[in-house]
Design a binder for this molecule. Structure first.
Ligand code: GUN
Length: 281
């Protein structure tokens, strides 16, 4: 059977390391503060936002919480972000996505000071990642790199195939694997002969958003499979984009859902908040 890549344990280790760092920083008179903004009360977003605030409290990061009504005008949101950009005591700004339809998400992301862009979504952060300069990296792909490294999985020289080309996962994932000297292919909904390509992968990252789509026909024997998807199946049980029971017996390592990639996103957000101090000093 494959090695199960335990995101719960690895994310807990990262949070422990950060907790020590934050405590040492506090002794030196530096504190870290994240401002979290939620517009509307989408229940899934509320769960994510609460988990982020809880993680801050655990690690020792201060958090400011802004819960704005669904009908908040874009101008009002931009004004709040402007104020938070100017505040010396705020190191990171996170606007929970998705935003209500009347708000231009790109305009909001662009309004965040890149020095406080702990989500790594600002075009400047993405551009810096693209050309190998310092900047914040999107949390989910950054978390996947940590999962691989901390599980002793070599990336250099490996065939890495990503399914999905989103700005938040697929594209930054490709750049990070490339930075680690992987040979990278990005597949998407228009890719021909998907199985043909995914079967070449030593490391297969799946971020398609379709429950259990990836069966063993897509996977080379001995591959490492990273599942970014999270869905509820017909029995209200969580599952990923990968058909775990079908794929696990043929691969060398795999992330479970839940308990794989999911917990890493928040751990890396905490990491970015702490990095905001060094990145800006
Ligand atoms: N919505 C879903 N995932 C994320 C994330 O990583 N950051 C933000 N800001 N919103 C999200």
């Amino acid at each position: 059977m494959p090695k199960i890549i335990d995101g719960k344990t690895i994310s807990a280790q990262i949070k422990e390391e950060l907790k020590e760092k934050v405590a040492a920083m506090k002794k030196g008179g530096t504190s870290v503060c994240l401002a979290v903004i939620q517009v509307g009360n989408d229940p899934a977003s509320s769960v994510y936002v609460n988990n982020k605030k809880k993680a801050c409290a655990y690690v020792g990061i201060d958090s400011l919480s802004y819960e704005l009504p669904e009908n908040t005008a874009q101008e009002e949101l931009l004004q709040l972000i402007g104020e938070l950009n100017d505040r010396k005591d705020v190191n990171g700004i996170l606007v929970q996505l998705p935003l209500p339809g009347h708000i231009d998400e790109d305009a909001v992301i662009r309004s965040i000071d890149p020095k406080k862009d702990v989500d790594g979504f600002h075009p400047q952060s993405v551009g810096a990642l693209c050309i190998g300069q310092k900047g914040f990296v999107s949390c989910t792909p950054a978390g996947i790199i940590q999962l691989l490294k901390r599980s002793g999985i070599e990336i250099a020289g490996k065939e890495c195939v990503i399914i999905g080309r989103s700005n938040i996962v697929g594209k930054p994932m490709a750049l990070l694997l490339l930075k680690e000297n992987g040979t990278v292919t990005v597949c998407h909904s228009k890719t021909k002969d998907l199985k043909e390509i995914t079967r070449r992968a030593d490391i297969l990252v799946v971020a398609i958003g379709k429950p259990k789509m990836i069966t063993r026909e897509y996977v080379k024997a001995g591959a490492v499979v990273i599942d970014v998807g999270i869905h509820r199946n017909e029995n209200n049980k969580l599952c990923g984009d990968v058909d775990y029971d079908d794929v696990a017996p043929v691969c060398s390592a795999i992330t479970p859902v839940p308990g794989g990639v999911g917990p890493m996103t928040i751990a890396m957000l905490m990491n970015n908040c702490v990095e905001s101090i060094t990145l800006n000093s």
